[in-house]
Ligand binder design. Structure first.
Ligand SMILES: Cc1ncc(COP(=O)(O)O)c(C=O)c1O
Length: 340
């Protein structure tokens, strides 16, 4: 899953097809992210489903970064080969923190295998020496006491998103992403990861970048402390993908880097800064982000001199100290609202 015709970050569908052809009969399923949680690049999941099915394998899509950002059509395609066999997502990426992970899967696949998780609610009968698993869905797959409050939370979110309309959410977010890419690209010394031409690979949800020669942890700390902008940094649990793109970047900068030097350079720079988008974001937020990154890039010495890295790569400000009691004190809250 590397370059697509030399376009970093896109899935190389031809490479996937060649791999499936070479390993025909030995591949059980193709697993793919719907939207990259690093670049926000949208993968062609329905084309990949068709390809996977033509080689007699299943397709499973990780939709964690997808469901809150664009419409998803798991089944009901005219060409059934474009249907998705299994689709999974996490509610915490869709405005429902502490909600359960969700699996949407073809019933015949789940019925054909015994559930891996055992516990209350998924048994039809229990004997001294064995048990019979329920055939009823979803009980069969929901062993143990469910996360009821979390399930209600994610159901409420889905209802809200459906009411707004996923097409509208996608359209508005696309406009915001294009606006962000257009404005970020003019900042000197910024490296945006993944192909920037959205006519080749459309994007949603997030954009990752680095400011040249500045550590991602430092940039994230400055954005937080000075500009009140929360971003995530490092490798986002997608280390191989991040590494590949940073390698492309390093190779573009020098033609003579050897493997050992690359490992050293990668260790120094092993991560990115990620800005994520939600339904509440506007062009004004993007303007603030662009202004902040430009300022950091321009006055990097001033900012850098204010920080100290710790052993785990996090940066702390050398003089700014936040006293929790000044921000939030249970005693002060009680005095103000309860004991008044
Ligand atoms: C694409 C993608 N898949 C999976 C996960 C991990 O989900 P969970 O924390 O629910 O395991 C994340 C991030 O949280 C993600 O962005």
């Amino acid at each position: 899953m590397d370059n697509h015709d030399g376009q970093p970050g896109c899935i190389n569908v031809q490479f996937l097809e060649n791999t499936l052809k070479q390993n025909q009969g030995n591949v059980s399923y193709v697993a793919v992210t719907g939207v990259s949680n690093v670049t926000g690049i949208i993968n062609p999941i329905y084309d990949i489903a068709e390809l996977a099915h033509s080689y007699d394998t299943f397709i499973i899509v990780d939709g964690a970064q997808m469901v809150a950002h664009l419409p998803v059509k798991i089944s009901g395609h005219k060409n059934q080969n474009r249907n998705i066999d299994a689709f999974v997502f996490s509610g915490h990426k869709a405005y429902a923190p502490a909600s359960p992970g969700t699996v949407i899967c073809r019933k015949d696949i789940l019925s054909s295998i015994e559930p891996e998780e055992v516990g209350g609610g998924m048994v039809e009968h229990v004997f001294l020496d064995r048990y019979i698993v329920s055939e009823a869905f979803p009980a069969r797959e929901e062993a143990g006491t469910p996360n009821i409050a979390g399930a209600i939370g994610i159901a409420a979110v889905i209802e809200v998103l459906d009411t707004i309309g996923m097409e509208l959410i996608f359209t508005e977010e696309s406009e915001l992403i294009h606006y962000t890419l257009d404005n970020l690209k003019d900042i000197p010394d910024i490296q945006i990861y993944g192909v920037a031409d959205t006519s080749i690979c459309e994007r949603s949800a997030c954009i990752s970048f680095n400011i040249k020669d500045m550590d991602h942890g430092l940039v994230a700390a400055i954005l937080n402390d000075y500009f009140n902008i929360a971003v995530r940094n490092e490798c986002f649990c997608a280390h191989p993908y991040v590494k590949e793109m940073i390698m492309d970047d390093l190779l573009a900068a020098t033609t003579s880097i050897n493997e050992e030097d690359f490992e050293d350079a990668f260790q120094l720079k092993s991560g990115m800064v990620r800005a994520s988008f939600g339904i509440y974001n506007t062009e004004k937020d993007v303007d603030e982000l662009v202004k902040a990154i430009s300022d950091i890039s321009e006055k990097r010495e001033k900012y850098t001199s204010q920080y100290k890295p710790d052993n785990s790569g996090n940066y702390t400000h050398t003089s700014f100290k936040m006293n929790r009691q000044d921000r939030f004190s249970i005693k002060a809250y009680i005095d103000q609202y309860v004991n008044q």
